[in-house]
Design a protein around this ligand. Sequence first.
Ligand SMILES: Cc1cc2nc3c(=O)[nH]c(=O)nc-3n(C[C@H](O)[C@H](O)[C@H](O)COP(=O)(O)OP(=O)(O)OC[C@H]3O[C@@H](n4cnc5c(N)ncnc54)[C@H](O)[C@@H]3O)c2cc1C
Length: 424
Amino acid sequence: MTLDRRDFLKWMAATGGAAAVAGCAGTDAGPGAAKVVVIGGGFGGATAAKYVKLWAPDIDVTLVERNSEFVSCPISNLVLAGNTALSNITMGYDALRQRGVRIVRDDAVSVDPAARQVRLAGGSTLAYDRLILSPGVDFIYDQIPGLQGADAQSRVLHAWKAGAQTAALRKQLEAMRDGGVYVLHIPTAPYRCPPGPYERVCQVADYLKRAKPKSKIIVLDSNPDITSKAGLFRAAWKSMYPGLIDYRPNSELADVDVKGMTVKLTFDSVKGDVLNVVPPHRAGDIAHKTGLITANQRWCGVDWLTMESVAVKGVHVLADATLSAPAMPKSASMANQHAKVCAAAVIALLKGQPVNQQPMMMNTCYSFVDGRNVMHVASVHAYDPAQKTMAVVKGSGGLSTQASELEGTYAWGWARNMWAEALG
Ligand SMILES: Cc1cc2nc3c(=O)[nH]c(=O)nc-3n(C[C@H](O)[C@H](O)[C@H](O)COP(=O)(O)OP(=O)(O)OC[C@H]3O[C@@H](n4cnc5c(N)ncnc54)[C@H](O)[C@@H]3O)c2cc1C
């Protein structure tokens, strides 16, 4: 069957095909178009910006991001071991630009929810009909007196935002003597990526076993036990890195003595050659300035049907910055799912259409135990109208029985897919 011009135009009008074609070509939404501004071009924000534009090309979408490039936290632990390079996890925003998303490289310094405007460090303002915030986390240094200054923070790294600190921590590990001690301090949950610190232990162990076999790892965990895949991590440490890892739970941080290279705990002090302290987190600063924090001075409560803030109308919050629903991790997988629920809801709200009342979200977190072998944990979360939150679907999800190379290929596939979802 051939399609004549009239049929083609009918099809375009019925399916939104015309708009989709315009969107692919990066055509401007035009004057009078509804405006969505997104702050933060990480996993949550970039994915939300992409999907609003993809599903509603007639909406004007602007993404504000302070960095020129995106560096992925997932896979970044592998850089520490030399199992991959930082360049393999660094990407640009060109593909999003080509999709018609306007990329503004700037810092969003304040939001005026009454005037529906975002002010940028560069001096300009952006007007919005709906604002989406996915600023990730910032660190709480207030209770770590020894880590107050920029100099101290440049010597005792977190490497919990991938990029310059990841490269710097790799350099510190390379410079460490054989027989040296690497000390990792893990904050009390919730923090971003529950299995992330334990994957980091595996990666550093993989490197030290190969390059500096007389060295040791001391893991000081504020939590009472490994917070994710505990049995699997314990088994991997025992079989792959015997005698290398000293895991100490309930190790609450009191301070850090940078000069003396010592982590001070409530009842103990631990000296090291490389200190890697991950401070407690809270939602990114712009969420605080906007009045979005509703829990423990740290996190933003949201309506899970729309991801709209429960504190400020017209502002939606995604991913790590949210007050997580029960058993919901702060992860890139979740950021992706928050972003899609939010994009669909924002479009519906702007067009006066009904919002989906039954959102579902899925999470898979892969952890590399060396350069190739990987294990996963997965869960499915559905909206519970009675509790007005996302609840884990009974019997859903799962856990690897052990790490394997096959899951290593899945993990790289997952990462490439998440990057394409956000930036492709
Ligand atoms: C070591 C490590 C390993 C991890 N591994 C995994 C994994 O294997 N699987 C997984 O699912 N998750 C993993 N995660 C977690 C994952 O990286 C986060 O959950 C995810 O990045 C959250 O997305 P987000 O959008 O909230 O924040 P981000 O991805 O951090 O994005 C926030 C963005 O906002 C920008 N920004 C903030 N404020 C402003 C402002 N005022 N103006 C302009 N721009 C601003 C920032 O520059 C940043 O680009 C890992 C995390 C770490 C640290």
